[in-house]
Write a protein that binds this ligand. Sequence first.
Ligand SMILES: O=P(O)(O)OC[C@H]1O[C@H](OP(=O)(O)OP(=O)(O)O)[C@H](O)[C@@H]1O
Ligand SMILES: Nc1nc2[nH]cnc2c(=O)[nH]1
Length: 183
Amino acid sequence: MDSSHMGNDLENVLFTEEQIHQRLDELAQDIWRDYEGKDVLLVGVLKGAILVMADLMRALPGSVPMDWMAVSSYGSGTKSSGVVRILKDLDTDITNKHVLIVEDIIDSGLTLSWIRSNLESRSPASVEICTLLRKPEAAKVEIDCKYVGFEIPNAFVVGYGLDFDEKYRNLRDIGTLAPHVYS
Ligand SMILES: O=P(O)(O)OC[C@H]1O[C@H](OP(=O)(O)OP(=O)(O)O)[C@H](O)[C@@H]1O
Ligand SMILES: Nc1nc2[nH]cnc2c(=O)[nH]1
């Protein structure tokens, strides 16, 4: 499936690849400044965050370690169940480390709120969140997120790691799906 074909399934492009990269470069500068001299670990949440992690960490001017968690909260639907299970835990002991969680999207906030309190229980020096996208209208839980790429409206989006039924993750832009895709 080439990207021009996938692009036909989009109703609207919200952010182009170029806009995403530009914003991640800005966030990387803020992060590098804030964590200067600190023992920081980037923690990605599979699978949606793979591209955010890849581009964010390459935008950092120096070396930073990463680790990954996989949790399940959505299944194949488009609504959060609120039930979170760890499918893959960290390989790293985060005691006394500054953890920066890297995510693609905060929607209801249920996933990240659960992951954050789970990581906080492991005695890290700090836990902060960096998300490329946030849907403020959908927030069911107050979630303090230090680095936000873009605020978006309450619509289901795909591309740049974000899937619909495991499709469209490799779309370079981020957009909303056309109605014919759902039906
Ligand atoms: O704020 P919430 O409403 O909890 O939603 C956000 C979560 O949903 C997506 O993951 P998903 O469960 O779809 O898995 P994936 O990353 O493998 O696509 C996304 O990557 C976040 O982890
Ligand atoms: N692909 C995708 N996954 C999500 N998980 C939570 N919200 C979304 C969304 O808008 N799109």
